[in-house]
Design a binder for this molecule. Structure first.
Ligand code: ZN
Length: 283
């Protein structure tokens, strides 16, 4: 049994994360969001030996085009993929051409396959909001949240006892303020129902880490114009050096390594995997 993730790409140009679950009888694959084109998703999966037809499920945070690329709607049937969306997003999914029989609506918890449980958290973001996921497989818990707008207290009720966290870190506040973007856009991003700054993200990650046993901290959705991974690295190095070795900063263009969600040993070292061969491809 194992549970792994790979962020294929993240940012306003398209978001897509692969989840891999080892079940008793087979390996199961799911995506969180499908905001990259089908061709690009296929290209990024290929080095791992995974094809689009291997994907069983897509979990959507919301239906903005950087999280749901519309051509996927017509191909769900072809690849026999189930699209899991919050019931509030149903009308928008149908407008985008998704066939009703491909949809599984959720409003709380649901199950994926034989042995994966998903809890959901609703966040403010534009009109319809977005969804965060707490995914539990083989007693390992991954928290995934992006496009939050602001951090509601309820997140700390759900995102505790985690073994991995993937979390938005969209913009550096100073770079955003100084950018030539129009004022309405800055207001949309920073006004509480857009995106999280690096500082908001860092504070939240630190608080969740204190109540968890994180093997990976994966930062999502960095703004191309108003962020810089070096600033984030410096913040962690200066203020939370103990978390730095678990940090993965995602990019728009390159997939992350396949990250194995695991327990840390007492001194922060990974516990040796039971089978070295099984985990050889992971970081
Ligand atoms: Zn987005």
């Amino acid at each position: 049994m194992s549970f792994s993730m790979c962020v294929l790409g993240s940012g306003s140009g398209g978001n897509c994360t692969l989840l891999q679950f080892q079940e008793k009888s087979r390996t199961r694959f799911a995506l969180i969001d499908c905001g990259l084109s089908m061709r690009e998703t296929k290209r990024r999966l290929a080095p791992m030996g995974i094809e689009l037809s291997d994907i069983d499920d897509i979990l959507l945070t919301h239906l903005d085009f950087d999280h749901f690329s519309p051509p996927w709607a017509n191909n769900l049937e072809k690849f026999d993929i189930t699209l899991h969306i919050h019931h509030r997003h149903r009308a928008r999914a149908l407008q985008n051409g998704v066939q009703g029989r491909r949809l599984e609506l959720f409003n709380g918890e649901f199950q994926l396959g034989e042995s994966t449980a998903v809890e959901t958290v609703h966040f403010a973001h534009d009109n319809l909001g977005t969804v965060g996921f707490l995914i539990e497989h083989d007693e390992m818990r991954l928290g995934f949240a992006t496009d939050l707008g602001h951090v509601p207290d309820s997140i700390f009720d759900h995102f505790r006892g985690l073994h991995a966290l993937a979390f938005e870190s969209n913009y550096d506040r100073q770079m955003q303020v100084n950018s030539p973007r129009p004022a309405f856009l800055k207001r949309r991003i920073m006004g509480g129902s857009g995106h999280l700054s690096n500082v908001q993200s860092f504070d939240t990650v630190q608080r969740i880490a204190a109540d968890s046993n994180l093997s990976h901290i994966v930062l999502l959705h960095l703004s191309r114009d108003c962020n810089n991974p070096k600033l984030i690295n410096r913040q962690y190095a200066e203020c939370a050096p103990d978390l730095l070795d678990r940090l993965t900063i995602t990019s728009q263009c390159e997939p992350t390594p396949m990250l194995n969600v695991h327990r840390l040993g007492a001194k922060g070292l990974p516990i040796e995997p039971r089978s070295g061969k099984q985990l050889a491809m992971f970081d």
